[in-house]
Write a protein that binds this ligand. Structure first.
Ligand SMILES: C[S@@+](CC[C@H](N)C(=O)[O-])C[C@H]1O[C@@H](n2cnc3c(N)ncnc32)[C@H](O)[C@@H]1O
Length: 936
């Protein structure tokens, strides 16, 4: 009770309540307080293998006996009543498994672990315990029955968890488990009143089977229930259930319910009928049965029958049930001797020589002591029967005691009685002292439990403090990290501000300078010593008259104010003034920035120019691509020519790749080369449209200041026409040549013959003959010239791959006709289409003829070179007088025709001065670029 009061007072103290009534009111209104008090009252102090000696008794005596008796399928049933957070139940599970294993049997047991506190049970079910359990559990058991979880917890193994059923159960009101072999109810009874404890012991007796065991806490005992349990190990509070004749009547709840819950007595006719029979029976026994008492071994009367007043007397004072105390004078020694004899011999014993003192006389009587053997529960009890003797051998009643009852014996008897009374009163004193001691002990135990729980609370507070401390250190180190981070961010910001070109000024709300970046010093000569001075002091130096007005406006409206202006020595800049907001969204001043935008303005100008170009390009009547650093734009004519749309290809590189495919690099190099040499003449290339069709174009550019306009002129038709013109001219040449050959040459030959005949006819002498000889010579020369002319006009038929032979023939005929040495250096050629061979041949012949005609060389070299990727180059080099630049500009017909021919092959013709004198004509082309099927 005192413990409960202390606990209640503790709660009241915590709530600052002085009166119990107030606390009661609080309890009625606040369910959380009820839960808190409940938690405080149910002291759940416990430990693994608590009071280890008790577990030694369990291990050495109790469990081996239970295992021995539990043969076959019978599982040992254990009830751990008031199991708190489960340590006791798991301890029992461990020792049971160990003992089963020791006798090489499969563990077969079931533990019902109950408690009234659901919170405790929840923890018990989890089976996770702190590291501190190492002080209670041996390392072997830890290793065998636990798993370490994380840093500081142990988890019970499945092996010891599986046999346990945790259940919420109030042992004061809920029905107990039954047919149990062992009940362990430790440190729970100490919280109960002695009467309730006694009822609990009865309940345990009811729940256990015969010979089963009960284990209590060190401050608990079975009290007076000596007929229900016998001690196995007194110190460890281990008891064995004794069989009992009368079945134990179990009354639940153990604590009477109050108010509405109290059971109401049930009146009924059946009850009255049963009563009547037993009353009659009692009546009959009273009158007809001999006086007898049923006693246990302690001479305590269990039951009385018959006219006992003749043999027993009931003295005033404390009531007693002891037979020896109640026995009338003359019987006590007899009864003791008889009972002892009956117990020793386990057989009925009769003494007929007894005399009982009744009404001042000694009356002969017999006393029988009969040991009870059936039922088993009653074994050890005795039935003591008294009967007066009426037979003839019985001595008549006398007032003097019979012989053996001498005054000495009587005196001794009296002394014995006095001693016994003294003993009884001492014993009672002792018992009451014992009770008091027990109560004090229980009080001490409960204080101890409280202290333990307080200790645990302190421990947990300590752990909490420790974890708080750890958290604080973590927070501290996080803070330190944050400070470092801030330092770094600050350093970054400072260096950013310093490295940035943006001149920045930080002002407070009074427009005083708080901070500035080095860039600001380009505007005004600010020094660190100027910090804190009003910006108005410097405003005029800024060449920024509206600054103060803008600052005030920004502070007033809390918005930024932006202004473009001339500063930094006339350069363009943007000045922004915006409010400085702190993390808490407070305005603590202004930030003024000056950003130099001169480059931006220049770029804008460029862009505007670009736009203008673009406008021009759009309206150009030819296909054109406009390229700048930032833009690439093609006009509609270019879209029509290439088949690609504006925006489809992003870079000039991509355009070249799309249009010129494998020749892209070549075209790029050519184009870039021209750009560098600032030549505006066009490059003739073949372009592949998006739909795959090929067009011949002239590519020319007009680069200027990072902007260029590339013009693409479609000359496909023009080239076709040129080729047709060449064809027609060739045909006409051929026709004229043929005509010359067939008609004029024949006529000339005829005339020469005639002249020759005339010369012969004129005789050997005279000027006529001489004249005729001249005429004949002149005609022969004319004939040779016409023949040579014919050779030039009538095309040489060049078969496939026959260009080399044709060129060799050209060398030979030139040598024969004109004298200079003409040689051919030719690479081995792959198959060449006749058209290309023909054009090359005509170019070579024209170049050789030109060299002979104008250069008067001593030697001419014709080179036919095979370049990479099927490209061919033809080169005619002579060591003549070279050529006159003015003549090249006039570009005689022969040269132009050569150029056309070369262009029809998709190539370029070049006529250059040769180092050391002479001329080189070169024509390089790619065979793959030659459009096939065209005439010559
Ligand atoms: C001091 S602990 C003892 C735990 C364990 N038996 C031991 O000795 O280590 C007492 C336990 O009994 C439980 N308890 C108190 N009254 C109870 C009742 N009427 N029915 C069941 N359990 C009760 C409490 O909740 C508490 O967990």
């Amino acid at each position: 009770k005192s413990m409960l009061m202390r606990r209640v007072q503790r709660r009241m103290g915590l709530l600052h309540l002085d009166r119990v009534d107030d606390y009661l009111k609080r309890l009625r209104e606040d369910p959380e307080e009820v839960a808190a008090l409940d938690k405080d009252l149910l002291i759940g102090v416990t430990a693994f293998f608590r009071e280890p000696e008790a577990f030694v008794v369990l291990t050495e005596q109790v469990i081996p006996d239970l295992i021995r008796r539990a043969d076959g399928d019978h599982a040992i049933r254990v009830w751990c009543c008031g199991c708190a957070t489960g340590e006791e139940a798991y301890s029992l599970s461990m020792v049971l498994i160990e003992q089963f294993t020791a006798v090489k049997r499969v563990p077969n047991f079931q533990i019902f672990a109950s408690d009234v506190s659901e919170a405790s049970l929840e923890m018990a079910r989890q089976g996770s315990y702190p590291e501190s359990i190492v002080s209670d559990v041996s390392p072997e058991r830890l290793h065998r029955f636990f798993t370490r979880v994380g840093e500081n917890h142990y988890q019970v193994s499945k092996q010891i968890r599986d046999p346990i059923i945790f259940a919420q159960q109030n042992m004061l009101s809920d029905p107990p488990f039954s047919k149990l072999d062992l009940i362990s109810c430790r440190n729970l009874l100490i919280y109960l009143e002695p009467e309730v404890q006694a009822k609990a012991i009865q309940m345990f007796h009811f729940a256990l089977t015969d010979g089963a065991y009960l284990m209590l806490g060190p401050s608990e005992s079975i009290g007076r229930a000596l007929e229900l349990f016998e001690p196995v190990a007194r110190k460890s509070r281990v008891y064995r259930r004794l069989p009992q004749g009368r079945p134990t009547r179990l009354e639940l709840p153990l604590v009477p319910r109050r108010g509405r819950d109290a059971p109401t007595p049930r009146p009924g006719a059946g009850a009255r009928g049963e009563l009547r029979t037993s009353e009659l029976m009692q009546h009959a026994l009273t009158h007809y049965a001999p006086a007898s008492v049923l006693i246990n071994r302690g001479y305590e009367i269990l039951s009385m029958q018959g006219p006992l007043v003749d043999y027993l007397e009931f003295p005033p004072g404390q009531p007693t049930q002891n037979l020896l105390t109640l026995a009338r004078q003359g019987l006590r020694t007899k009864i003791r001797a008889l009972c002892q004899k009956a117990i020793d011999g386990n057989a009925p014993v009769v003494d007929s020589s007894a005399h009982v003192r009744r009404n001042g006389q000694y009356i002969a009587c017999s006393v029988t002591a009969r040991p009870i053997t059936e039922p088993r529960e009653a074994q050890g009890w005795l039935l003591v029967v008294f009967q007066d003797r009426f037979d003839e051998r019985a001595e008549p009643p006398t007032s003097a005691p019979p012989a053996p009852e001498s005054p000495l014996v009587r005196q001794l008897e009296d002394e014995l009685r006095t001693a016994r009374d003294d003993l009884r009163s001492s014993s009672e004193d002792f018992e009451s002292a014992n009770e008091e001691l027990k109560a004090s002990n229980e009080e001490v135990m409960s204080v101890n439990e409280e202290l333990q729980s307080a200790n645990e609370e302190l421990e947990s507070s300590k752990e909490e403090l420790q974890s708080l401390n750890e958290e604080l250190s973590t927070v501290n180190s996080q803070l330190q990290d944050k400070v470092d981070e801030l330092d770094r961010a600050n350093a970054d910001l400072t260096s950013l501000l310093e490295s940035t070109e943006i001149a920045t000024l930080f002002l407070d709300t009074e427009l005083r300078v708080k901070r500035f970046t080095p860039g600001i010093t380009d505007l005004v000569n600010l020094r660190p010593g100027d910090l804190g001075r009003p910006v108005a002091d410097f405003a005029t130096n800024f060449q920024d008259d509206p600054l103060l007005a803008d600052c005030r406006r920004a502070l007033e409206k809390l918005t930024s104010v932006e202004r473009q202006m001339q500063s930094f020595g006339g350069q363009s800049c943007i000045r922004r003034v915006f409010p400085y907001r702190t993390a808490g969204n407070r305005i603590e001043g202004l930030i003024v920035t000056y950003t130099n935008i001169s480059q931006l303005v220049a770029a804008r100008k460029l862009i505007d120019e670009g736009e203008a170009y673009r406008h021009v390009v759009t309206h150009l009547p030819v296909a054109a691509i406009f390229v700048s650093d930032t833009h690439l734009y093609i006009n509609e004519a270019a879209e029509a020519l290439t088949g690609y749309r504006q925006g489809e290809l992003a870079t000039l590189d991509a355009w070249f790749a799309a249009l010129f495919g494998a020749r892209k690099e070549e075209v790029s190099i050519l184009y870039e080369g021209r750009k560098k040499r600032a030549r505006t003449d066009a490059i003739v290339v073949t372009l592949t449209r998006k739909d795959g069709a090929q067009r011949t174009i002239e590519l020319s550019g007009a680069p200027s200041d990072g902007i260029e306009i590339i013009v693409l002129r479609d000359v496909t038709e023009k080239r076709l026409l040129q080729r047709q013109v060449l064809e027609i001219a060739s045909r006409e040449q051929q026709r004229v040549g043929q005509e010359l050959h067939d008609v004029l040459l024949q006529d000339l030959t005829g005339l020469a013959l005639l002249a020759d005949a005339a010369r012969h006819g004129l005789g050997a002498e005279g000027g006529g003959r001489e004249l005729m000889a001249k005429l004949s010579g002149g005609l022969e020369q004319l004939n040779a010239k016409v023949r040579a002319l014919c050779e030039g006009l009538i095309p040489v038929e060049i078969g496939e791959g026959d260009l080399k032979s044709a060129l060799e023939a050209l060398c030979e005929s030139t040598r024969n006709a004109h004298g200079p040495s003409v040689t051919l250096e030719a690479d081995p050629l792959e198959d060449l289409d006749p058209q290309t061979a023909h054009q090359f041949y005509r170019i070579a012949r024209e170049a050789v003829a030109n060299a002979v005609r104008h250069g008067h060389p001593r030697s001419i070299v014709i080179r036919l070179l095979q370049r990479d990727a099927g490209a061919l180059a033809l080169e005619i080099a002579d060591d003549g007088v070279g050529f006159d630049e003015s003549r090249r500009r006039d570009a005689g017909l022969g040269s132009r025709i050569m150029q056309y021919r070369c262009a029809t092959l998709g190539g370029q013709l070049q006529i250059q001065q040769r180092e050391g004198g002479g001329t080189i004509v070169s024509c390089s082309t790619s065979r793959t670029q030659v459009p096939s099927g065209r005439g010559r």
